[in-house]
Design a protein around this ligand. Sequence first.
Ligand code: NAI
Length: 302
Amino acid sequence: MEKINFNGRVAIVTGAGQGIGRMYALELGRRGAKVVVNDLGVSRDGSGADSSAADKVVEEIVKAGGQAVANYDSVATMAGGKNIVGTAVDTYGKVDILINNAGIVRDKSFMKMTEEEWDLVINVHLKGAFCVTQPAVRAMKENGYGRIIFTASTSGLYGNFGQTNYGAAKLGLVGIMNTLKLEVSKYDIKINTIAPTAWSRMTTDIFPPEFEDKMNPQFNEPMALYLCSQENRATGQIYAMGAGWYGRTTIVSGDGLCLGNAKRAISVEEIRDNFEKISDVENKREHESALGIFEYMGPLLS
Ligand code: NAI
């Protein structure tokens, strides 16, 4: 089997100064990509800034014989996003791959959460994805090619105590993907979302110490890189992973049932009396877009 390589490809990895992002950047570099290593060099909660985080990873890539350039902008502003993409275009002439990975946490139970904690986390993860992805897609459209990854979290997909801000931002990325995949599909731009799990400074106080090796951030890298490869055909999908496990997560609808004929009002009691059937998802389906939901609306179709 031929090895997957990224020769001639230009990749941006945000938040690549450490943790999971560093793994992506190093392996992309090893496999021939020219890499923009973006990192603001902040602490886990988003405070401070230190350019050495990105510099060190660039050094590692170059030492291993690869090509890389550092960028220290924040993903959380439009100016930052433009500079990050500009670094790729100015240095290497284009952008083929974008891995939106930068992230922070400000955990607090919902009732104690401040506006600042809410805004900071939403800005980095959700707005940050917009700020970097929009200029990147502009550049990708010009070449008729692109591979984009959004980094969600099982905290957003399923919930995790103390992470309403983080979870909202993370599931919001799925919302961006669901629509953006439709808007750019004709340019061979594939967009997927991953929900990684790894031992990093983000999780050291959550996971038990024996997870350090088993939850090595490396395990997330092959999936992200496969999705960024030319041969990947998947788009608009969510993949969760960790400790060497990989699986697709998806949003489905149950068959539900049609009440009435769309010519009479439906009562609250009819919902109550049919709630079990309405809630049943045993027979489930995925949908390519919001239009899929019309398939269930019998009276509309008859
Ligand atoms: P990490 O804290 O080790 O690395 C995140 C990097 O992002 C840091 O180097 C930081 O300086 C950088 N960063 C933060 N804000 C930035 C900004 N505004 N602009 C540019 N860079 C910025 O975290 P880790 O664990 O490697 O996480 C990577 C991604 O994976 C994050 O999006 C995180 O939310 C997500 N994730 C991680 C999980 C885990 O188990 N570690 C679980 C689910 C999701």
